[in-house]
Design a protein around this ligand. Structure first.
Ligand code: NAD
Length: 498
């Protein structure tokens, strides 16, 4: 059986006391096993990072940026191989796998400008003969813990900014699709990154706990489900670290009576079912405003959903592929049953979907519920599968209140032709990322990504300037250069510049 191991800066035989299966979601079999590391392995990785980091921080930022430029070119050259590898473990279709890597590369493009970003601030003459300046310094060693659903993009969100700002970075990817992060680390080395600046340690909870407790790891960035995010946040903060911990989501798409319904149906099909709904910025809840909108939308949605093609991840015609594991497929199907038990109308049932020739694959057919209500558990919780729920609202006010009151606050979209309604909505909705006629409002890399409420713990977002702030600490210098002689006076009152 093929074995997937760590990417470390020291010799290691790759053996482990424990392993985890890596599946082939298209066929349902086990395709490899991944070594699960432990505290002793992490200790060695941290030692290697400690040795390498000061010299890397001392490399001028322009040269650090050149590594980013080289890396970007290498990833582009290897895009096909990376996308196939990603798709073979995750199950998303190849074009979507390329998008996963491309969105990560866009953060690397931002990092190519790191010399400009790190320039700092300066005030000449803040007081008599006094200048004040500030700059950002790396934290030292940072770590990232990432989910299965974006094995290219999310490791690059974190590692790109952490490394470009002069830190050493240790990545603990999802044990469900662990290969792409290792390959990215290899490409970083080929791009000129010194050994020890980016290492990949494979593992599960044991490794996560070792990271959270390690005194030399100064910051932890986490993305995954909310309960784990909250746990990581609490334990990491208790250990004195900086922690940003992104959690789950249940994004709503609100459809106003004046929306272009054909466009909405196109947008919804991709946003609810693309990547089999395994996206934290998927749109699994649609809220038509008014009875007429609901009827018209439902009429157009049903044939569009029935026309979706579910296929193996290498099928270029498929709209989406299998979900990641049999356990996840079961969980999604259980949620569908819960929805039925709670009284929602199951309009299209994707359970029991079998793809000819791939009967053991982890496929779930597209599913549509109507008349979902806010008291249902199936509405309150994240399903993370190809399941779209329709919640009918009577008014704009009711529609705004739904995502605002939901426990998650990652993303939301409004479909309308009315600029005033859009402006009101953007200002009032209690959600971190808002799309106006944009179904998946993932901000570009030089802006920043992060939700609200139980979708994110901590106060600093991923990438853009927020990422730079997270991975650096600011130092402020107040200086004067007296011309000698001194006044002989001591100041016993707090100095002011007045
Ligand atoms: P997950 O929470 O199961 O796993 C995330 C990471 O935590 C993995 O590296 C895993 O090894 C580790 N982990 C799992 N159980 C743990 C435990 N008990 N203790 C410590 N560590 C543990 O999440 P997932 O299923 O891999 O990813 C899907 C989830 O991630 C969804 O909830 C999705 O919404 C969320 N997500 C959020 C964002 C965002 O930015 N808000 C982005 C992508 C995914």
């Amino acid at each position: 059986m093929r074995e997937i191991s760590h990417k470390l800066a020291f010799a290691h035989d790759g053996k482990a006391a424990r392993y985890s299966d890596v599946f082939d979601p298209n066929n349902g079999g086990v395709q490899a096993r991944v070594a699960l590391g432990d505290k002793a392995l992490l200790d060695q990785a941290v030692e290697a990072a400690k040795k390498a980091q000061p010299a890397w921080a001392a490399v001028n930022p322009q040269r650090r940026a050149r590594v980013m430029f080289n890396f970007k070119a290498l990833v582009e050259k290897n895009m096909d191989e990376l996308a196939h590898l990603l798709s073979s473990e995750h199950g998303k279709v190849i074009a979507d796998a390329k998008g996963d890597i491309q969105r990560g590369l866009e953060v690397i493009e931002f990092c190519c400008g790191i010399p400009h970003v790190l320039k700092g601030e300066y005030t000449q003459g803040a007081g008599p003969g006094i200048d004040v300046y500030s700059f950002r310094q790396p934290l030292g060693i940072g770590a990232g813990i990432t989910p299965f659903n974006f094995p290219g993009m999310i490791p690059l969100w974190m590692s790109g900014v952490a490394i470009a700002t002069g830190n050493a970075f240790i990545l603990k990817p999802s044990e469900r699709d662990p290969s792409v992060p290792v390959r990215l680390a290899e490409l970083f080395l080929e791009a000129g990154l010194p050994e020890g600046i980016l290492q990949v340690v494979q593992g599960d909870k044991e490794m996560v706990d070792a990271i959270l407790d390690h005194p030399d790891i100064k910051a932890v960035s986490f993305v995954g489900s909310s309960d784990i995010a909250h746990y990581v946040y609490k334990r990491g903060v208790d250990a004195g670290k900086r922690v940003q911990a992104m959690g789950g989501a249940k994004n709503h798409g609100i459809v106003m009576p004046d929306a272009d319904l054909d466009q909405v149906v196109n947008d919804l099909s991709g946003a609810a079912f693309g990547s089999a709904g395994e996206r934290c910025m998927a749109l699994p809840v649609v809220v038509p405003v008014g009875e007429k909108t609901a009827i018209a939308l439902r009429e157009k949605l049903i044939p569009a959903i029935e026309a979706l093609r579910v296929g193996v991840s290498t099928d270029a015609e498929a709209h989406y592929g299998p979900v990641v594991t049999a356990a996840h497929k079961q969980k999604i199907e259980n949620w569908i049953q819960t929805g039925v038990d709670e009284g929602a109308e199951l309009v299209i049932d994707g359970r029991g979907f079998k793809l000819q020739g791939h009967e053991e694959g982890f496929f779930v057919g597209p599913t549509l519920f109507d008349h979902v209500t806010t008291d249902m558990e199936a509405y309150k919780e994240e399903i993370f599968g190809p399941v779209l729920q329709m919640v009918r609202a009577e008014s704009f006010e009711e529609a705004v209140s739904l995502p605002s009151k939901h426990q998650y606050g990652n993303g939301v979209a409004l479909f309308t032709r009315n600029g005033h309604a859009a402006r009101e909505f953007a200002a009032r909705v209690d959600v971190g990322m808002v799309g106006i006629n944009v179904p998946i409002p993932v901000p570009v890399a030089y802006h920043t990504f992060g939700g609200w409420k139980r979708s994110a713990f901590g106060d600093t977002n991923q990438h853009g300037m927020e990422g730079v702030k997270f991975w650096t600490k600011v130092k402020t210098i107040t200086q004067r250069w007296p011309d000698g002689g001194g006044t002989g006076d001591s100041a016993f009152v707090i100095p002011t510049m007045g």
